[in-house]
Design a protein around this ligand. Structure first.
Ligand SMILES: Nc1ncnc2c1ncn2[C@@H]1O[C@H](COP(=O)(O)OP(=O)(O)OP(=O)(O)O)[C@@H](O)[C@H]1O
Length: 230
């Protein structure tokens, strides 16, 4: 079976003198699997996710998503591939604050025709996701910047899930939530990812999230790092 994600002999160093470096010899995520990748602040979790998404490209080695080696794609192709296959929930959420919630949710479909084709009625699907994520559908017309942080996190999840991408990548999406809200948020995220059949890779420093996942991996188990000199 082709893994949803495979990292092989990956090496990356941020540019500049004494740039932080990350090496991963072997890691894979199977279709439908959920993995929590744990690491301290500054350990390289966001760097790894940027490599997985093709936002930055490896210095050597391979990142393959459903069998496609990201380094073999040209920059534009890589952006299109990411939009088609990967739903990303960024640490800072990256919503467009002045755009309507509906437009934020539908944004990935503009860059991903295959993903767009899987959504028969985009407006209705955005409304369904909102409803299933516990958001009142009236907020679809509101600017995203007017929502509470918890609501914005759910919108970011809806945006990642629309069109059922094969891989969901999430960077500490629960860090701003209290324990009870965190719990219900994760339930919604897992239910929706399961319904979409998506694999999930989440990074966090919070071990308490581990019980939800098929597998918990510590970054230091799979990665060697070279720290930047301070
Ligand atoms: N754009 C960048 N340019 C140069 N170095 C960077 C860049 N982004 C991150 N780094 C460096 O990479 C190292 C790891 O940072 P990274 O953000 O990947 O860690 P993290 O585990 O996600 O941390 P946190 O949990 O605090 O978000 C740090 O030393 C950081 O300075």
């Amino acid at each position: 079976m082709t893994p949803a994600l495979a990292l092989q002999d990956l090496r990356y160093t941020w540019p500049g003198r004494n740039g932080f470096g990350l090496n991963v010899s072997d890691f894979s995520l199977m279709p439908g699997e959920s993995v929590l990748l744990l690491g301290e602040s500054g350990a390289g979790k966001s760097t790894l996710l940027s490599l997985v998404c093709g936002i930055v490209t490896v210095s050597s080695g391979r990142v393959t998503v459903e069998g496609t080696d990201l380094a073999r794609l040209r920059a534009g192709e890589r952006d299109r591939f990411r939009a088609e296959r990967i739903g990303v929930i960024f640490q800072q959420l990256n919503l467009l604050p002045y755009a309507r919630v509906a437009d934020n949710i539908l944004l990935p479909l503009h860059f991903a025709p295959e993903r767009r084709r899987r959504v028969r009625n985009p407006g209705a699907e955005a409304a369904r996701l909102c409803q299933d994520l516990g958001l009142p559908t009236e907020i679809l017309a509101a600017p995203a910047g007017r929502l509470s942080v918890g609501q914005q996190q759910r919108v970011a999840v809806a945006r990642a899930l629309i069109g059922r991408p094969s891989l969901i990548v999430a960077d500490e999406p629960t860090s701003a939530l209290d324990a009870a809200t965190q719990d219900s948020f994760l339930t919604l995220l897992f239910d929706q990812a399961a319904e979409a059949g998506s694999s999930m890779l989440m990074v966090s420093h919070d071990e308490r999230l581990g019980s939800r996942f098929d597998r918990v991996v510590r970054l230091e188990e799979i990665a060697e790092t070279q720290r930047a000199a301070c």
